[in-house]
Design a protein around this ligand. Structure first.
Ligand code: TK8
Length: 334
């Protein structure tokens, strides 16, 4: 009996060894929706992710990226994931607070002081805690990609102090924390989907918007703006989200490959952003925009006056969530 068992095991092993490679992988066409354009560093990230997937899956897992909101805006695309009709989206966390209010933590003004600490929080314990909340609403976050620190652009006047925000018609993301932050600054804040921003700026329906330099560059907002202020008022991450309903039907090997390769893509994307940031700023300046930097005093003043927003949104985000991120930041800053 024992001999027979051994023999069977040996045969089983032999079969596994001679089985065609990548047997655990099926042909999958993964649509990835993006609001930004193909020349944004997310494009480099997706390319790197694909190369990694090709190696792991023998070419079976294929990403097809759609750009410029071709599959709908961030929120719409994310809802398509939740209902299992679309595979993936790269989106800012901000428009998703209606789905998972805890994500609002990333919208708190001046939460992160620099990219390194943002990476530590997002790629560490706190990021995992948010991933669990996302899984509970039907979204698998494969990794935190980067959008970057946000800066203000406008077509009306140089903004160098608190008072200059007064009455500016600023487009904000569809998110109450951003709405309050800009209302608190005295601006006339208007929530709007990303896809509508360029033409709203062009037709002067709005005066201003806020996004990282690389996005202001690749989405061509600089063509319809005159002034930039380096406010660095928020670092909102991109999430690489996958439909949980679809992900759950994939084999463990496919799931692992997607998770690992999303991290490979993340690292490339963050690096390209770091390299491109300066170039985007140069391009914006060369296009004739006036770029202003806030004085340290004014930056402190704006930051301090913005802290009321934390208190106001504490309950809706969850005090435990806000406490957890602040505790992790305190630890990192030691
Ligand atoms: C791109 C958006 C964008 C975001 C915004 O889809 O809406 O301003 O910063 O980058 O997610």
């Amino acid at each position: 009996m024992r001999k027979l068992l051994l023999a069977t095991t040996a045969i089983a092993f032999a079969c596994t060894a001679s089985a065609p490679a990548f047997a655990e992988f099926n042909d999958r066409n993964i649509r990835v929706s993006n609001g930004i354009n193909a020349d944004h560093p997310v494009g480099n990230g997706i390319e790197a992710m694909q190369k990694c997937l090709d190696e792991k899956s023998g070419g079976k897992l294929k990403l097809t990226a759609f750009w410029g909101g071709a599959l709908g805006g961030d929120l719409q695309a994310t809802q398509a994931l939740r209902s299992g009709v679309q595979e993936a989206v790269v989106t800012s966390s901000s428009p998703l607070v209606g789905i998972e209010p805890a994500l609002g933590v990333f919208d708190l003004p001046f939460l992160f002081a620099n990219a390194e600490e943002a990476y530590k929080v997002l790629d560490g314990k706190f990021g995992k805690m948010m991933d669990e909340k996302l899984a509970a609403v039907g979204l698998v976050n494969l990794a935190y990609w980067e959008n970057g620190f946000r800066n203000l652009s406008n077509s009306v006047r140089p903004v160098t102090k608190w008072e200059d925000f007064s009455g500016l018609k600023v487009r904000v993301m569809q998110n109450n924390i951003f709405l309050d932050t800009f209302q608190n600054l005295g601006a006339n804040a208007t929530p709007m989907a990303f896809g509508e921003v360029f033409s709203a700026l062009e037709t002067k329906t709005i005066d201003a918007q806020e996004n990282p330099y690389v996005t202001i560059d690749t989405s061509k907002f600089f063509e319809v703006q005159k002034y930039i202020t380096e406010t660095n008022h928020a670092y909102t991450p991109f999430l690489f989200l996958f439909s949980k309903a679809i992900f759950d039907t994939y084999t463990p090997e496919e799931q692992a490959a997607l998770r690992e390769c999303a991290v490979v893509g993340r690292d490339v994307e963050r690096q390209v952003i770091a390299d491109l940031n300066k170039k985007s700023l140069e391009k914006i300046k060369a296009a004739g925009l006036e770029v202003n930097v806030l004085s340290p005093e004014e930056q402190t003043r704006i930051r301090e006056k913005s802290m009321v927003v934390y208190q106001k949104h504490m309950d809706e985000i969850g005090a435990d969530v806000v406490d957890a991120v602040l505790a992790e930041l305190t630890e990192i800053r030691k």
